[in-house]
Design a protein around this ligand. Structure first.
Ligand code: AKG
Ligand code: FE2
Length: 334
């Protein structure tokens, strides 16, 4: 049986010129067709993956008050804890709790005339009573960033660009983010929206899921399951790659349906992004590819912006209206 969502073995990228060429073709067609694939042999061990899932479980087991003490609403950078139902997708509450972590940087001193997205840079919030969480997540962040960077280089080559084609827009301060997420079973929540249908915003998302299903991908007008495959990361294309490739690569809509009663699902998405100050270029594709690029899919409800910082801020404000109200009330609506 051929799988609709293919499994790609990353060792093929470094296995000699002809193997690399067929790997890049497979990568390109996976990213263009379904927009999702499983990445195997990515170099992160099963023990390391299990450790980050265990660290996530330990965080979610903390007493409510300790999680709420680092609530995202404290943070203009949209970092910290969001309770079940606290985040919206297309205006509807997502039945998951999560901790959002970005890259640890200094805040940018605010002054009149600075764009609002400069408020997105700054520190994370960590739980005081679980000191092991910070090193565990920062270590994961670093490992996945290494895989993501290699993969982005592979995408550049697959599009007939120089290997480092995306470096200028990643810049010195790329906006990489990650989350740990817990989806409670259906007995514990209203409805079944783990997270509503959406596209991801960055270049690439690399997702670690535990053994529980729930992730679904839109394909040909229906939903297909992206069930867990041990040892793999699920990779999907974000809007930056769709924009840069003029729609040749697809940022695919996906969602998570809540687990069945009594089951909780843990996932660890990592969003590999560009610098907030960057503007997404339109790559000059070879003619054969350009002829097949339909232009980025545009959703009039959610227009894509070429300025990375504006695009990121727009989607954060929609997802977290409480943070928007507390820290961005001065922005004109819309
Ligand atoms: O938890 C998952 O499996 C996917 C989460 C997701 O799509 C997201 O947070 O953007
Ligand atoms: Fe997503």
């Amino acid at each position: 049986m051929t799988r609709l969502i293919p499994v790609l073995d990353f060792r093929r990228f470094d296995a000699g010129a002809s193997e690399r060429r067929t790997f890049l073709e497979d990568l390109r067609s996976a990213a263009r067709d379904v927009g999702f694939f499983y990445l195997a042999s990515h170099g992160i061990t099963q023990t390391e993956a299990e450790a980050v899932v265990e660290a996530a479980r330990a965080f979610f087991r903390l007493p409510e008050a300790e999680k709420v003490a680092i609530a995202m609403v404290n943070s203009p950078q949209f970092r910290g804890y969001t309770r079940v139902g606290g985040e919206l997708t297309k205006g509807k509450a997502d039945m998951r709790e999560q901790l959002d972590i970005g890259v640890e940087r200094e805040t940018i001193a605010q002054a009149p005339g600075l764009p609002a997205w400069t408020r997105l840079q700054g520190p994370n919030q960590w739980p005081a009573s679980l000191p092991s969480l910070k090193p565990a997540l920062l270590e994961w962040q670093e490992k996945v960033a290494g895989v993501a960077l290699r993969l982005l280089e592979a995408f550049a080559l697959a599009l007939d660009q120089p290997q480092d084609a995306f470096e200028p827009i990643r810049g010195r301060t790329p906006n990489n983010r990650m989350k740990i997420v817990r989806y409670p079973g259906r007995d514990a929540i209203d409805g079944d929206q783990g997270v509503g249908a959406h596209k991801d915003g960055g270049f690439l998302t690399l997702l670690l899921q535990d053994e529980n299903r729930g992730l679904q991908v839109e394909y040909g007008g229906s939903w297909i399951d992206a069930d867990p495959i041990p040892g793999t990361l699920v990779v999907n294309i974000g809007e930056l790659l769709e924009l840069a490739s003029n729609g040749y690569l697809r940022a695919t809509v996906h969602r998570v349906v809540a687990p069945t009663a009594g089951v909780e699902r843990i996932s660890v998405p990592y969003f590999f992004g560009a610098g907030l100050d960057a503007s997404v270029p339109l790559l000059r594709l070879p003619e054969t590819l350009a002829a097949e690029a339909p232009g980025p899919a545009s959703d009039p409800e959610n227009p894509l912006l070429r300025n990375v910082g504006e695009n990121v801020l727009k989607s954060r404000l929609r997802s977290h209206p409480d943070v928007a109200q507390r820290h961005y009330a001065d922005l004109s609506p819309g």
